[in-house]
Design a protein around this ligand. Sequence first.
Ligand code: HEM
Length: 217
Amino acid sequence: MQRIYVHPFPVRLWHWINAVGFVAMMLTGTQIRYVGLIDLMSFRTAVTVHNWIGFVLIGNYFIWLLFYLFTDKIRVYHPELSPTKHFKASFRQLQYYGYGIFKGSPNPHQVSAYDKFNPMQSMMYQVVMFLLVPLLAVTGVLLWDVQGFYGAVDFFGGVRVVDTVHVLIYIFFVFFIFFHVYMGSLGHTPTAHYKAMFVTGYEEIEEEPGQGEATKR
Ligand code: HEM
């Protein structure tokens, strides 16, 4: 068993705050969106908590962003520029999660400090961290003070457009969280990825013959 340090402290700190914050944002956001249909808390409390945690999460995002921008670990987010290679590797990963994992086949992706994401994670996390989270934050801030940001809201097509984008990304994240938590349990033990991301920072790699062959270039 090999131990590889893949989640440095700033990334774990960002992720703890982000995970708790997102769950709170979803609960309060659901209350705001479906006021009259559900009664988790008062509308006013939901709005106040949603606004405060929203700003905490925006600040928290910069822990993640600055860490990656100012260290060479940004390499884990470098995209595979050959679409053929990327889609072939993603397909192999999909086959593994859909079939191979149930009959004990080795994971086609071998984790290393600068290549910790499999091709599916790599694409998903790039879209989430560089597109959806920033877009969620920007639309959230605009909705927080529609009158103050009148010019920007108008530029993006009005309150309806900004609100629709915000709500669609919220719906995406509701599904994402369930999927992400499930995928997080598919390490060599059900808690292996959780321990690495939430506690130690180290992934434990089982060395099996043939492992990683499929992704070697
Ligand atoms: C209950 C909430 C959550 C749990 C239990 C959880 C669990 C995990 C685990 C176990 C990992 C490490 C395994 C892996 O790389 O996939 C991870 C990584 C990651 N998670 Fe989550 N997560 C949660 C919420 C979120 C949310 C809300 C987001 C985004 C908005 C998110 C984004 C990410 C990203 C981007 C990574 C890779 C981070 C990096 O190394 O740069 N997670 N998560």
